[in-house]
Write a protein that binds this ligand. Structure first.
Ligand SMILES: [Ca+2]
Ligand SMILES: [Ca+2]
Ligand SMILES: [Ca+2]
Ligand SMILES: [Ca+2]
Length: 359
């Protein structure tokens, strides 16, 4: 394991490039203390409630008075302003309070027909249990006009109350078989203890369709290492697509902002797991290939993770980790936040010595 502040010193293979920047876009915890640890400040409810909840699932939608038209200019760049209701496609939730759209992901081609596919999360769907969540996969080309979520080509349901499957989504071909795979976060899952969270990886293929329980559809389940970790609050694919080798495969990075470490409660953690062998088992993130720990109490590191490409121009992609509760390195700083950029978390050919050491 690696404390994020000591990454350069401890792990030879991992270079910590840059630390400390104001976080935009990620949720800031309301403050230190038990309320943060409880998790509700980090979940989708908090983030969504910053906006009006005006029942937008209805079919009668007035155009906003300042909507105009959007059209491509001479360079092919869209310009202008209009309502999202003018979009080519509107995917509608089919249940009250589903929070459809809490996460969306372009996942590449899951069924191998050459068309890119669309993955949509509704973490408070109640089809199997209250707020168990649902994930919808639409095979491209996606229909135009109004589309019901239940008409998706594949529907994956969370199983237990408050699992919130679909709160975070990602996808690429992690096992290198040519089919994109689905990475689905369920931060309220109890697989490793109450609200440990879990991440499910559903391997792509031509026959993936219908309605499935996520637990049976998944090839591998990665359970949070401990109760309250909320693993799967953020997910990213690392490695896959890092070069021209289409079957290189990759792994996943999993944010667990509620993780307690020796640094304190909810310091948070990020785990990287190699999936190039296409594992089909149930495992704990305690056994992840690499682990990066938040620096301090209530940093909630891992509430955002992203494979950001090769931002330092060394030919290998970087992983960025948001820690909106991190304190700046000055007196009385609280919740200024920080973003960590980790180099080379997943590199090279199978067995390469530059892979991170085991945590
Ligand atoms: Ca496809
Ligand atoms: Ca695959
Ligand atoms: Ca739970
Ligand atoms: Ca790089």
């Amino acid at each position: 394991m690696v404390r994020l502040d000591h990454a350069t010193a401890v792990v030879v293979a991992v270079t910590l490039l840059a630390v400390v920047a104001p976080v935009a876009g990620a949720v800031a915890p309301s403050g230190p203390g038990p309320g943060v640890r409880g998790g509700d400040d980090r979940d989708d409810e908090h983030r969504d409630d910053g906006h009006r909840d005006d029942g937008c699932g209805g079919r009668e939608r007035a155009r906003s008075p300042d909507a105009g038209t959007v059209a491509p200019d001479r360079r092919g760049v869209l310009t202008g302003r209009t309502d999202l209701g003018d979009a080519d496609t509107r995917v509608n939730a089919t249940g009250d309070g589903d929070r459809l759209g809490r996460a969306v992901a372009g996942v590449g081609d899951v069924n191998g027909d050459g068309e890119a596919d669309l993955l949509v999360g509704a973490p408070r769907n109640d089809s199997r249990a209250r707020n168990a969540g649902a994930v919808y996969l639409f095979y491209g080309p996606v229909d135009r006009g109004e589309v019901d979520a239940d008409d998706a080509d594949l529907v994956l349901y969370g199983v237990d109350t408050e699992d919130r499957a679909g709160a975070a989504l990602a996808g690429r071909d992690v096992d290198g078989d040519g089919y994109s795979d689905l990475v689905i976060g369920a931060p309220g899952d109890d697989a490793g203890g109450t609200d440990s969270g879990a991440v499910y990886v559903v391997y792509g293929g031509e026959s993936l369709s219908g309605e499935r329980r996520i637990t049976t559809a998944a090839g591998v389940r990665l359970a949070g290492a401990g109760a309250g970790d909320e693993a799967g609050d953020a997910v990213a694919v690392v490695g896959a697509g890092r070069d021209d080798d289409a079957d290189a495969g990759g792994g996943v990075a999993v944010g667990a902002p509620g993780a307690n470490t020796s640094a304190g409660n909810a310091s948070g953690a990020v785990y990287v797991v190699d999936l190039r062998d296409g594992p089909t088992d149930r495992r704990s993130l305690a056994d992840a290939d690499a682990t990066f720990l938040g620096e301090d109490d209530n940093d909630v590191a891992g509430v955002a993770v992203a494979a950001v490409g090769d931002v330092d121009d060394d030919g290998r992609e970087e992983l960025a980790v948001g820690a909106p509760g991190a304190d700046a390195r000055r007196a009385n700083a609280t919740n200024d936040g920080a973003v960590y950029v980790l180099s080379d978390v997943f590199s090279g050919a199978s067995g390469a010595s530059t892979r991170p050491t085991r945590g």
